[in-house]
Design a protein around this ligand. Structure first.
Ligand code: SF4
Length: 484
């Protein structure tokens, strides 16, 4: 997943662009980029895998001048892409994931289109998007034809002399919202970028909607609407607590998730409710509010040194950082029955080795783990928010129960089935915890508050009703580390 931000202002926009983009730093660990249009385009891209976005761009910002600009925190490829197109030069940033990259690349190559950027051995997807748009009769037609051509998802910001074209993915997997202040208009993936930059939210773009933003306002280019499949995982884990998507706040949803988790726990005694920092904390607060048990912090994150998980070079180093950043408080752990709320369980290895182990080492009496979403079964196909299929804890459990990998896991996604219970018990034993209870799909959907049909739930159910194709290709993706 990547984070994108754009601003069109009556004065120089660079400071707003720098901070607005920086508020997306939790969404990517690989590259940061900004492009500004003044008299000319100025563009900068840096690898941010070992340092903060702001520190990398602080000096650049002094030399970038213009009243409109776009920025990106990119999970895996270099952006923005600059293209001297037949509609005039433009810069573009994207957020999404394309499944038919090879097929689209081949078809453009046959038309004589060349590519110059590569990303992990294949074409840079943002360059591919730019060149697909360039096939249209005009920019809007190009964006719509690109939407027609891709399988997967794509939201984008395109910086042009006309202003900033903002287009939300046709199925709405990733969000975009518009904000206004006296001297400027902005567009953002995370609305948490708005309050401290003095923007008020004026609109959440509909799926497929295209608008043009300039310093005077917004101009509708295509209304959008139809199928919405916004990513449910935004509310559970990937989104920032202060953000709203479709008008629904992340922190509030997480509190509701925690309340649902507590409601199914009438049969266990609890002394302490805790959350794995940072994304488990709001779920734990909700659990504490519902259960009436105290929210406490048996583990605290050493924020000064480990505020963000950069992309360390090896698993060994990643594990070392995971171990070092959470510091246990034995005075809170010892002798207590502790509920640990977590956003989700992916592999479960860090949870087991660096959270649960610290509870047992601190002499907890009981440790009860409560993930705020159902078991992850399928890696994300639309924005790379979840990992490869092999490493998912649920898949390891199924492999062990069945003695082999199986295609049809429908029995394991049924919350009431015996197979589901066997899978959860296998994971509980593997984690070495007293009890393990996952959130159900129904409770998670109710906590979010949108109709089930308006959410992408693919990584739990394997269903993606909004897509033309629901092929299983690209399920086994390379791991893309996320910021924590
Ligand atoms: S597959 Fe999962 S992470 Fe990906 S968009 Fe759907 S709900 Fe979100």
């Amino acid at each position: 997943m990547s984070g994108i931000f754009g601003v069109a202002s009556k004065k120089d926009c660079i400071e707003t662009l720098l901070y607005g983009t920086d508020y997306h730093s939790h969404l990517g660990t690989e590259y940061g980029g900004m492009a500004v249009l003044g008299e000319n385009f100025t563009r900068q891209i840096h690898n941010i895998s070992q340092s903060q976005f702001k520190s990398k761009f602080y000096d650049d910002a002094k030399h970038m001048k213009g009243n409109k600009g776009i920025g990106v925190i990119s999970a895996f490829e270099e952006q923005p892409i600059y293209l001297k197109s037949r509609f005039g030069p433009f810069c573009i940033v994207t957020n999404g994931l394309i499944e038919n990259t090879e097929e689209l690349t081949e078809s453009l190559l046959k038309k004589g289109v060349s590519f110059c950027e590569v990303s992990r051995g294949t074409v840079n997807e943002t360059e591919l998007i730019a060149k697909l748009i360039n096939q249209g009769d005009n920019l809007i037609d190009g964006i719509e034809k690109m939407f027609d051509a891709i399988e997967g998802s794509c939201s984008l910001l395109l910086l042009h002399k006309d202003g900033i074209y903002a287009a939300r993915d046709r199925f709405g997997y990733t969000p975009l919202a518009i904000g206004r202040r006296a001297d400027a208009w902005a567009v953002t993936a995370e609305t948490s970028a708005f309050p401290n930059n003095d923007f008020e939210i004026t609109k959440h773009l509909s799926p497929g909607e295209i608008i043009l933003i300039n310093e005077s306002g917004i101009i509708s280019k295509r209304p959008g609407g139809g199928v919405n499949q916004i990513c449910a995982f935004l509310w559970i884990y990937t989104g920032f607590p202060a953000s709203n998507y479709e008008g629904i706040n992340v922190e509030v949803v997480r509190e509701k998730c925690g309340r649902f988790l507590a409601k199914q726990d009438k049969d266990i005694g609890v002394d302490v409710v805790s959350g794995v920092p940072d994304s488990g904390v709001a779920h734990a607060i909700g659990y504490a509010m519902e259960s009436g048990k105290p929210y406490r912090r048996p583990l605290v994150k050493y924020t000064p040194g480990y505020g963000r998980s950069y992309t360390p070079p090896s698993q060994e180093t990643r594990d070392l950082i995971a171990k070092m950043k959470l510091v246990p408080i034995r005075d809170i752990i010892k002798g207590n029955r502790i509920v640990v709320c977590e956003d989700s369980i992916v592999r479960g290895t860090q949870l087991k080795n660096f959270t649960i182990k610290k509870m047992w080492d601190g002499e907890a009496k009981e440790v009860h783990v409560r993930p705020a979403c159902p078991p992850l079964m399928f890696p994300c196909r639309f924005n790379l928010s979840t990992r490869s299929i092999d490493e998912l804890a649920a898949r390891r459990a199924i492999r062990s129960i069945e003695g082999k990998d199986i295609e049809d896991v429908s029995e394991y996604t049924d919350y009431n089935s015996e197979k589901y219970k066997m899978m959860v018990e296998w994971i509980r034993k593997d984690l070495e915890v007293t009890t393990l209870r996952y959130q159900s799909v129904g409770d998670m959907v109710e906590a979010i508050g949108l109709p089930k049909e308006s959410l992408c739930l693919y990584c739990w159910t394997g269903e993606c009703p909004g897509q033309k194709l629901c092929s299983k290709k690209n399920q086994d993706r390379e791991e893309i580390p996320m910021a924590a």
